[in-house]
Each structure stands twice: as C-alpha cells, then as structure tokens.
Design a protein around this ligand. Structure first.
Ligand code: CP3
Length: 344
C-alpha cells in the first residue's frame, strides 16, 4: 500500500502523494551540517552518508517517497570519464570526437555506480515497505549535454554545435549512454528501487524536429529497456512546452512537468492513460508559507486527483524556507481531511 505507487498506476487514493525533486539537499540545515564536514563527492560516494542524506527529508516531513541521494553523473564514472562538481558537473576534458567515444570504457552490470546500489539497499532496509524509494538516471540527451559541453554552461552551445555539425558523433555517444542508463536503472531496481525517474532536464534545447531525430530514439530505448523491470517509469523534462505532447506519447507510467505546463489541459489530453507529476514553481516557495499554501490549494483544486503525484516543477531551491515546505505538506494533507473519503 503506497499512495505514490497507487497514484502512478492511476488507482484511486485517499489523498495525492507528495515528494519534492531535490528533497535531500541544501535547504535542509541537517544537510548543510553534514556538507560542512564532507564535500559533495564524498557524500554521494559513501553509502552510509548518502543513505543518511536520503532519509533526512523524511525525518523532517511526512513525504510519500524517498529519492536515492546520488547525482545525474554518478553512472558516468563507469565510462572512465573523470569529472568533478563546482558546484555543477565539470569534466577534465569534454567528449567531442569519434576517438573520444571509442575510448570510453564498456561498463558491465554490477560495475556501474555500485555505491548507489549499496545506498539503495541501506535505505530500503531502513524504510522497509513504509515509504517507496525512487531510483533515477539522466536521459541520454541530458547526460550528453554535460559530456559534450564539459560543464553546465547556459544553453549548452557546444552540444548544439555538435547536433548541427556532427550529428553522427552525437548519436553514437547517445547510443552508448542509452545502454548505460538501461543497465544502471535495472541495477537500481534490483537493489530495491520501487520506481525510476528519468531526468531530461535539458529537453527544451531542441526543436521538435531535431528532438525526434536526435533524442527520441534513445529515450525510447531507455524506456523500453526498463519496461521489463515492472516498476513505474516517471519521465521528467524541463523547459519544453513545445515538446509536451511528444513526451506524453512515450512509454512511461507518468510524465513530470514543470510550471510552464497547464496540468488540467494535459490531463484532458492524456485521458487517464498516464499519471502526471508536478508542478508548482519552486521559486514560489521563496515567497513564503502563505503564498505556497495558496498556490498548492489552487493546484489541488484545479488538477484532477486521480493519477496526480504532487511535486514541484523542478528541484527545490537551496534558499527555500522550511516553513514553506511545511505549508506545502499541510496543504496537500489537507485534502484528505476535507474530503474524508477516497478521491476519484
Ligand atoms: O532529489 C534528490 O534529493 C536526490 C539528489 C539529486 C542530486 N542531483 C544531488 C545534488 C538528484 C536527483 C540530482 C539530479 C541532477 N544532477 C540533475 C537532474 C535534475 C535537475 O535538477 O534538473 C542535474 C541536471 C544534475 C547536475 C548537477 N549536480 C548540478 C547542475 C549541480 C549543481 C547545482 C545544483 O543544482 O545543485 C549538481 C550538484 C548536486 N547534485 C548537489 C546536490 C545536492 C549540490 C551539491 C552540494 O551540496 O554542493
């Protein structure tokens, strides 16, 4: 019995589930305290520390899912690519040529981010069946963005230059990334992940026509590759209102949309075929608890409860007041008190 897993399957629930992207992190004083002692790489590479950080938000708030504390770049080490965080990912040398791709290591299952699997096992043994745990991976396009650009430079111009000037190099990289992501996600399910979220944070960089050619085939390969695990697949994409229907047509149990998308209109187009996750603007929490509560109530009122997983439209910001998160939890939990029975 889990509100989160039930909602992802489109089953009726007493109230909608709530979790927050980046719920483990810098807005929590207990995270900042640990982070003062260890750098981010140590926190994410040491399973006992990563498990502790994963559990921190659940000790403070009654959230309906945990998400394993790792990074989008965690599986990339298995390709033999050195990188660091400053604070976003920075590569020693970007992947730009056919020779760069040929020199990538061929990871096998079991060798991809074993620390993430150990973290999942630790978190599962602590949470048991009480709270489901989400595993995650980057979409091939978003991973390629960091590998080709070498960092998170706004707009990823080197990536877009490669997409235009050497698309065959880009797609050969994405082919390798799709295989990596499938193996990594399967390992996470074996280690205990109850759902998998694919983060395509930089989806919006491509127009629909280029997306269909350069990104869609690899995303499809990932989603089809993990279908057999039987766990729900959540597809997150960002800053891409022009691609909403294209993403909504892909094989996943849920799409996770940002605040630019009108959820009720999307629900009408989906007609119950998928769950929708989202989509409060994370910046709105900076305006304080009253604004947060009002916006949350408005979303609850407008969005049909069936198949809705409450979340933000993107990661929670480091300067978010705890009182805003409390107000959000209170508003979402308020739905059950008001209705007093199962919502449909
Ligand atoms: O959601 C969670 O609580 C799990 C943790 C998580 C992190 N990164 C920890 C992290 C998750 C799900 C991610 C995914 C991730 N990482 C994405 C996809 C989601 C998104 O935000 O679009 C991306 C693009 C990255 C790459 C990345 N890692 C960036 C851009 C940065 C720096 C800026 C930032 O947003 O924090 C990181 C570092 C990072 N990953 C931190 C954390 C908590 C900050 C490290 C620190 O403590 O200094």
């Amino acid at each position: 019995m889990s509100l989160f897993l039930d909602a992802l399957r489109g089953s009726p629930v007493p109230r909608r589930p709530l979790w927050l992207m980046r719920q483990a992190g810098r807005y929590l004083p207990e995270y900042r305290a640990l982070r003062a002692k260890h750098d981010f790489s140590t926190l994410s590479r040491e399973p006992s520390l990563a498990a502790e950080v994963t559990l921190q938000p659940l000790r403070r708030f009654p959230l309906d899912a945990a998400i394993v504390f790792a990074d989008l770049m965690s599986p990339i080490a298995a390709l033999g690519i050195p990188f660091d965080f400053a604070p976003g990912p920075v590569l020693e040398s970007p992947v730009r040529s056919a020779a760069d791709i040929a020199s990538l290591a061929e990871p096998v299952r079991g060798e991809i981010a074993p620390e993430v699997m150990e973290t999942l096992r630790l978190v599962k043994s602590e949470l048991g069946q009480r709270v489901p745990v989400i595993g995650f991976a980057g979409a091939p396009w978003t991973l390629a963005a960091y590998l080709v650009e070498g960092n998170g430079r706004r707009g990823f111009p080197a990536l877009r230059a490669m997409a235009a000037g050497a698309p065959e190099i880009l797609t050969s990289l994405m082919e390798r990334l799709a295989d990596l992501v499938v193996a990594y996600a399967k390992d996470q399910v074996e280690a205990g992940a109850d759902a998998v979220q694919i983060f395509d944070s930089w989806a919006g960089l491509l127009c629909l026509r280029d997306w269909e050619r350069l990104s869609r085939p690899y995303l499809l390969k990932v989603l089809e590759g993990i279908a057999g695990t039987g766990v729900p697949r959540i597809l997150f994409f960002q800053d891409a209102p022009h691609l909403v229907d294209a993403y909504a047509a892909l094989p996943a149990e849920a799409v996770s949309v940002d605040w630019r998308t009108d959820v009720p209109a999307l629900q009408r187009r989906l007609n119950g075929s998928k769950a929708v996750q989202g989509n409060l603007d994370p910046a709105l929490l900076l305006a304080g608890p009253e604004t947060t509560a009002a916006a949350a109530r408005d979303l609850l009122q407008r969005v049909a409860p069936r198949g809705h997983v409450f979340n933000l439209g993107h990661g929670i910001l480091p300067d978010t007041p705890l009182a805003s998160v409390e107000a959000l939890v209170e508003a979402v939990h308020g739905e059950e008190r008001e209705r007093g029975d199962t919502v449909h």
